[in-house]
Ligand binder design. Sequence first.
Ligand SMILES: Cc1cc2nc3c(=O)[nH]c(=O)nc-3n(C[C@H](O)[C@H](O)[C@H](O)COP(=O)(O)OP(=O)(O)OC[C@H]3O[C@@H](n4cnc5c(N)ncnc54)[C@H](O)[C@@H]3O)c2cc1C
Length: 416
Amino acid sequence: MSVETINTLVVGGGQAGVAMSENLSALSIPHIVLERGRIAERWRSERWDSLVANGPAWHDRFPSLKFDDVTPDTFPPKERMAKYFEDYAKLLKAPIRTGVAVTHVKRNEGRPGFTVTTSDGVIEAMNVIAATGPFQTPSYPRIVPEGSGIQQLHSSAYKNPGQLAEGAVLVVGAGASGSQIADELNKAGKKVYLSVGEHYRPPRSYRQRDYCWWLAALGKWDEVKVKPKKEHVAFAVSGYEGGKTIDFRKLAHSGITLVGITRAYVGGVMTFDEGLGKNIAQGDADYFDVLREADDYIVRNGLDLPPEPDAWTIPADPDSLTNPILSLDLAKAGITTILWATGFKYDFNWLDVAAFDDKGDPLQKRGISAEKGIYFLGLPNLTNRSSSFIWGVWHDAKYIADHIWVQQDYLAYDKA
Ligand SMILES: Cc1cc2nc3c(=O)[nH]c(=O)nc-3n(C[C@H](O)[C@H](O)[C@H](O)COP(=O)(O)OP(=O)(O)OC[C@H]3O[C@@H](n4cnc5c(N)ncnc54)[C@H](O)[C@@H]3O)c2cc1C
C-alpha cells in the first residue's frame, strides 16, 4: 500500500493552522493541514453562544484580510470569527483537510521524518507542527464528587443560561470566561456567586484607545512573560456588550456575590480562601499602573488624547468584599450548579516524540522543539505575550516557516 508523503504536516485548523499554511505557502513549502472538526472548530462548538472576540476587528485579524462587514472597533461574534478563518483559508486556497484527526506521530527509525497515523490513513512527513491550540482539554479541580446532586460543567461546555438547572450557580474562575458568564447568568435572573482568585483586569480602553492598542504602545505584547508571579493569573478582559472594563465591584453591585478562591467541599459545604480583598486590591493596583503608564506615554509622545477622569473612579466596596463569605452550605444557598471557568491543560498524547519535559510540557524555544522536525504553534508565551492571540500567532508561524525553509536547505546540501 502506498503511503502519502508531504514535507510538512500541520495538525489543527484553527487560527494557528491557517496562519501556518499562509506562511508555508509563501516559502513554497509543500504542506497539508489536518483538522479533526471544521476550520476554527473551537470558536464554533467549544465556546458559549454570546461570546465575541476579545479584541476589536481592526486588531484581531491576519494581515491579508480585513473584516468587510463590521466596523473596525466592533468585537466580532464567535461565528463571525470562525467565518473569518474559513474565508481566509479559502482566500489562500489552503490545503486543509477537515474531519481528519491525527492520532499518533512517531519519529521514523533509521531515516528522517515522522510516521503520522490519522483517522484517514498514514502520512509520512519531514516536519510536524502541533497547532492544536492553547486551550486543549478542560481542567477543573475534582473537589465535588460526581453524584453529589450538583450539576457541574466546564466553561467549554457552557452555551447559555437555559442549560443550567433551576437555582443558584457558583461560577469558579474570574478570567475572561468566568466574569462574562457570571454577568450573563446574573442578567438572566440567576442568583450568582463568583469565585475570584488572582487576576489581571486592565482597562478595556483608556483615553480613546483600546487596550490592544495600549498593549502595543506600551510594549506589553512583546513581553516574553508577564511578570513571573502573573504567569498563570486569569486575564479578565472581554469585548462583550461593545467592550467594557471588567470591574468586580460593579458586578457585585449588579447582584453577583463575590467569594474568594474555591478551596474544598466537605459535607455539602464549600469553603473559600480569605484572600478575596487582597486579590481585588492587586487587580486595582495593576489597573491603575496601566492608566499611569498610558498617561506617561501620552505626555512623552505629545499625543492629543483627552483625559478620562472617570476611569480613575473605583466603586464603593460591596458587602461581599467587606464581609467575605468563607464557607457556604450549597443546598441552603440554593446552589444547584457549579460552572468551572478554571481553564485548560495540554493534551499531546498523540505526539509520541522526545519533545516534552517530565511534566508533559513542550520543550521548545519559539516553537522549535527539542525533537528536530517537531514544532509547536499557538501556545501561550511561545515567543511573547502575543503568541496565543490572533495576530501574534501569525508572526510566530512566519518564524517557524522560515526555520523549516532554512533546514530544507541544509538537507538539500546533504543530498548533493
Ligand atoms: C473564551 C475565549 C476567547 C478568546 N478570544 C480571543 C480573541 O478575541 N482574540 C484572540 O486573539 N484570542 C482569543 N482567544 C485565545 C485564542 O486565540 C483562541 O483560543 C484560539 O482558538 C486559539 O487558536 P489556535 O488555532 O491556536 O487553537 P484552536 O482554535 O484551539 O485550534 C486548534 C484546532 O486543532 C484541532 N485539533 C486538536 N487536536 C487535533 C488532532 N489530534 N488532529 C486534528 N485536529 C486537531 C481542533 O479541533 C481545533 O480546531 C480566546 C480564548 C478563549 C478561551
